[in-house]
Design a protein around this ligand. Structure first.
Ligand code: NAP
Length: 657
């Protein structure tokens, strides 16, 4: 065994019967069960393991029990124990990787349907096969090499940013044999996971899903790991993919201009050695999107006498012990760090503009149970099946709860029957959390439909912190900041003075200002920011007419609200970008410029789609919308549809140079 985080080889079973039983019993919660029998059937090649009466209830896939009765759960455990003992004793064998990867589509579909308890549409199988990557195969790797398509042709590509998407783009270009350089403004890789170091920072998508499909990590220490684990993962990926030597750290791309004469991008780069200019045939922007802090403008904020900082630029030199701390903002970041700050401050005031909806996730801070880790280490492919199950559970099934029902008159609190049902469910959790503090109910109860803003994961730590004697939650608007306080004023004009030695701004990011502060000038000298005019759009979120050979990762309308992980989208986006580069190399062309009509028709459809979703019609303020009120962030359709649309670029969508 190597020490690599990405080494997922399983170990032979040498445990005693009792140890195996203890591991399976100790695998914690029932959510690990649905994927277990399909994983065993796949690993052994024996379908008789799929006992029909132990199929989970597909309608209860999001329930902790997955619809399995205690008796069914016990039977699944028993079959698992017996199977693993037989494998240990040589009565059964785990088939080799090659045999496992040869599994045909129908068989895969059967196993998937068993795990989810519902029929899986045939269209999903190829997508899920990629996501599953059960033998560690990289099914999304480019199937072409630059030197074969265009021998001797130089086609250097610049990637901007070495976070999750930049590492991925570098990896894919390297696999395709395309020259590339990654410019990264920071001193290391990791992007958001490097920059956000606030206490309590952790991923809020299940970790076994929040990883590259082709570089899964089986032994995540937590179901939702803390930031250092994520950073470690991306550092390991950069090292093992062999792309670190391609990265110019401390280099920021400040401007890029398309040369119509030469069909190249001219990049202006600011680095330790000063400013320089370099030409590239194509550019992939992987600058992230939630990384430019949004600082509010509040009267008197410059007069504040103590230290203040934004959550994404946490100042670890500021000692919070024994201080009066004021946190402005109550979004996803604040929810993660407030419980930690409350432990240290003498008094903490949380100034909330809009309350969040929270979804209860009891395992949010829990480490992965030993028994589950044991299964990941000893059952080949089980971690991948577990990932599949998590992925499926959090994918399309949640979208109906975000839809706007025709004829649903009052959209202020819910937008349809399923959304109202979700609201009722989340309200139950809210009232449970604050049952002992009815005085807080009005302040914590969202008066907008759930999923208009991001729903925040919760294990009760947020409400526990807010209910402390030394913590004040204030939902009134901020009137001003003074040298040693932040003052709020309620609707009647009554002021509350929150003593402040330190102010922490948890006020989010300039999400709609895609690509800022970079200056991007395309064909005809058109400035991309002027074209967008504060309302960014792109075709598939990746390309824009008039800006040939320029590809965006996490571009406009590629964010998801309740389903999937952003890594999934990045993999699709990079796959698409590589597909366009392949077309250029294969056909000896120098420029691919997306057609305006294709771009416009696509965006019309996306806009119409978003207007049928809760985040499109709700009037609550959210970073999903641009200043114009248009949803510039979210993808309103299924994950499958995005995957299908980014599979293979259609040459008729482009003008070629
Ligand atoms: P956010 O969700 O946008 O929250 C910003 C908070 O600041 C909101 O409560 C907002 O109020 C408030 N605010 C903004 N301007 C204000 C002003 N002028 N006066 C008073 N309050 C103001 O930002 P975030 O918490 O940093 O999270 C942003 C996104 O990053 C999340 O939605 C999530 O996608 C991602 N994120 C993920 C994780 C994770 O995975 N672990 C952690 C953190 C963040 P309003 O609600 O009224 O606008």
């Amino acid at each position: 065994m190597t020490d690599s985080l990405l080494d997922n080889r399983t170990e032979p079973i040498t445990a005693t019967d009792d140890e195996i039983r203890a591991a399976v019993e100790g695998a914690h919660q029932s959510s690990f069960l649905p994927a277990l029998l399909p994983a065993l059937a796949h690993a052994t090649g024996d379908d008789s393991i799929l006992v029909e009466s132990l199929r989970p209830d597909g309608t209860m896939i999001r329930d902790e029990s997955a619809g399995l009765t205690p008796k069914q759960a016990a039977d699944i455990r028993q079959i698992t124990v017996e199977t693993l003992i037989e494998v240990r004793d040589g009565v059964r064998i785990f088939v080799d990787e090659a045999t496992k990867s040869e599994i045909d589509t129908e068989q895969l579909r059967r196993l998937m349907s068993f795990a989810t308890g519902e029929p899986i549409d045939a269209d999903y199988v190829p997508l899920m096969r990629e996501e599953l990557s059960v033998t560690g195969d990289d099914l999304r790797a480019p199937q072409w090499r630059a030197e074969e398509l265009a021998p001797g042709r130089s086609f250097p590509v610049a990637i901007i940013g070495a976070g999750m998407s930049g590492i991925l783009a570098g990896h894919r270009l390297r696999q395709a044999g395309v020259d590339f350089v990654i410019y990264e403004k920071n001193h290391d890789v990791g992007g958001t996971w490097l920059e956000n170091t606030y206490p309590g920072c952790r991923v809020d998508v299940s970790n076994h899903v929040y990883s590259y499909s082709f570089a899964q990590r089986n032994d995540w220490p937590y179901y939702f790991s803390p930031q250092p684990e994520l950073l470690d993962y991306f550092r390991t990926c950069a090292d093992e993919f062999g792309i670190r030597e391609h990265i110019r750290f401390g280099h920021a791309v400040t401007a890029m201009t398309w040369s119509e004469d030469a069909d190249v991008w001219i990049l202006e780069i600011d680095g330790p050695e000063g400013e320089s200019t370099t030409e590239f045939n194509a550019v992939i922007s992987a600058v992230g999107q939630l990384n430019r802090p949004n600082m509010p403008t509040i009267d008197g904020m410059d007069d504040f006498g103590g230290p203040s900082f934004h959550s994404a630029q946490w100042d670890h030199d500021v000692d919070l012990d024994g201080k009066n701390v004021v946190v402005i903002g109550a979004g996803a970041s604040a929810v993660q760090f407030v419980p930690h700050v409350a432990e240290r401050a003498t008094h903490l005031s949380v100034l909330q503009r809009t309350p969040n909806w929270f979804v209860p996730v009891p395992t949010y801070h829990e480490s992965v149970a030993d028994g589950l880790q044991w299964l990941f280490r000893h059952v080949p492919g089980y971690a991948q099946w577990y990932r599949f199950w998590l992925f499926w559970r959090s994918s399309e099934g949640l979208l109906p709860a975000c839809e706007v029902d025709d004829g649903w008159d009052d959209l202020s609190l819910s937008t349809g029957a399923a959304n109202a049902e979700l609201r009722a469910l989340l309200e139950q959790w809210l009232y449970l959390c604050y049952a002992d503090r009815p005085d807080l109910h009005d302040t914590v109860r969202p008066m907008y439909p759930p999923a208009s803003k991001r729903i925040v994961l919760d294990n009760g730590s947020w409400s526990t912190a807010l209910k402390r004697d030394d913590v004040t939650l204030d939902g009134s608007p901020i009137a001003r900041i003074e040298a040693d306080a932040v003052v709020t004023a309620d609707a009647e004009g009554h002021e509350t003075r929150h003593a402040a030695d330190v102010i922490i701004y948890a006020t989010g990011f300039q999400a709609s200002k895609f690509l800022t502060p970079m200056h991007v000038v395309g064909s005809g000298g058109r400035d991309l920011h002027e074209v967008w005019n504060g309302d960014a759009r792109a075709y598939l979120g990746v390309v824009h007419p008039g800006f040939p050979n320029f590809f965006l990762c996490y571009g406009p309308n590629t964010n998801i609200v309740v389903n999937g992980s952003i890594i999934y989208f990045s993999e699709c986006e990079v796959h698409y970008a590589l597909g366009v580069i392949e077309m250029l190399l294969r056909n000896g062309r120098t420029a691919a410029d997306c057609r305006q009509d294709v771009h416009d028709a696509y965006n019309e459809r996306v806009d119409a789609g978003n207007l049928k979703m809760v985040w499109g019609v709700s009037t609550v303020n959210s970073w999903y919308k641009a200043e114009s009120g248009r949803v510039a962030q979210n993808w309103p359709f299924s994950l499958l549809e995005y995957w299908q649309q980014t599979r293979t670029p259609d040459p008729t969508d482009y003008h070629f140079g």
